[in-house]
Design a protein around this ligand. Structure first.
Ligand code: TRP
Length: 334
């Protein structure tokens, strides 16, 4: 493991405007990691089409995710940001991994079971082999570290299993076993309407989430309407465990202020929700406002964004091309 150069890879699906959960749980970390690592961030459109997508929306969502990366502070000149479908090595390596990975492994993936539900016979094959493509994304760059949310930990373990089996089967020490990087308080931002459910782009209520493109007024009114209770705010973390909505608001404020939950609680213990909500709305406007302005600016110049994508794919291919060649040699293609 130590012989591998440290490299970060992560992917975000272009399936809708990004929200606060995507920002605090993923993109904010992407920005931090640039200080320490060489980073490759990918808009994974091939993962998105494992379920039905509207082509025009997919195209515009791809640019929106890219704009969000840049607006949040990912340095596209120094790092690599690009679109998955424009670097063929991902699908090429995924095919090899389709032959390394086992059906039994994929059948155990809880996300597949959840998404397929009772409809298992009628979902796309892509949805099932999705984790093999994810392994290919990471390992096409011999990436060693992968920032992911909780829900992707199992898929990352599968990537390690694939890397390990490939190395064993072909008696090589070729792929690193990529490690998860899970940071900060707010890896799980919950719905503003139900503190037990993750904030999600598919929730029916717009008031459940804050989008990175929301106006200051949207942010204020969503926070004001966020579910709470009629008690005062408790003074310790234990009592927050059965107040998921309160915990969520405190958690979001802590993450935005780079403070621990305990430290944030000190300022609000025994106070009313209105104070917490006012401060949280102010803080969010301060954090998201500049990002929103920059996203909208960037989206006004789509040619520029497409150039960024072209440059990113070129840099990505320069790394993934030679690695795929080696893989082809190892499996006996040439
Ligand atoms: N499956 C991830 C998700 O839905 C996205 C993803 C695709 C990814 N390829 C990846 C994440 C590689 C980390 C590394 O969130």
């Amino acid at each position: 493991m130590s012989s591998f150069q440290k490299r970060v890879f992560s992917g975000v699906q272009p399936t809708g405007t990004l929200h606060l959960g995507n920002y605090l749980g993923a993109i904010k970390n992407f920005v931090e990691l640039q200080k320490e690592f060489e980073c490759i961030y990918c808009v994974v459109d091939q993962h998105a089409i494992t379920v039905e997508q509207n082509p025009a929306e997919l195209r515009s969502n791809t640019l929106e995710v890219l704009a969000s990366f840049i607006a949040a502070g990912v340095d596209y000149k120094k790092q690599i940001i690009f679109q998955q479908s424009s670097v063929a090595e991902h699908s090429q390596l995924a095919w090899v991994f389709n032959c390394v990975s086992r059906i039994g492994w994929l059948n155990r993936m809880t996300q597949f079971k959840d998404k397929a539900g009772k409809n298992k016979e009628n979902v796309s094959v892509g949805l099932m082999v999705y984790p093999n493509l994810m392994a290919a994304d990471i390992l096409a760059y011999l990436a060693t570290h992968v920032p992911v949310g909780d829900d992707q930990k199992q898929h990352l373990e599968l990537s390690r299993d694939i890397a390990q089996k490939f190395n064993n089967d072909f008696k090589v020490d070729f792929f690193p076993l990529p490690e998860p990087l899970i940071y900060g308080n707010a890896t799980r931002v919950m719905s503003l309407r139900d503190g037990t459910k993750k904030m999600s782009k598919s929730d029916a209520s717009e008031f459940s989430r804050i989008l990175l493109t929301d106006s200051d007024d949207d942010i204020s009114s969503k926070i004001k309407k966020a579910k709470s209770d009629s008690d005062l705010i408790p003074d310790n973390k234990d009592q927050l465990q059965n107040k998921p909505e309160c915990l969520n608001l405190i958690n979001i404020l802590s993450a935005c202020s780079n403070e621990s939950i305990e430290k944030t609680l000190v300022s609000y213990a025994g106070k009313e929700y209105s104070k917490l909500k006012n401060d949280l709305a102010d803080k969010l406007i301060q954090v998201i406002g500049p990002i929103r302005t920059e996203i909208l600016n960037l989206l006004n110049n789509k040619d520029e964004l497409n150039k960024v994508l072209d440059m990113g794919s070129e840099k990505a291919s320069t790394i993934a091309g030679p690695i795929l060649k080696e893989v082809y040699k190892i499996v006996g293609f040439r």
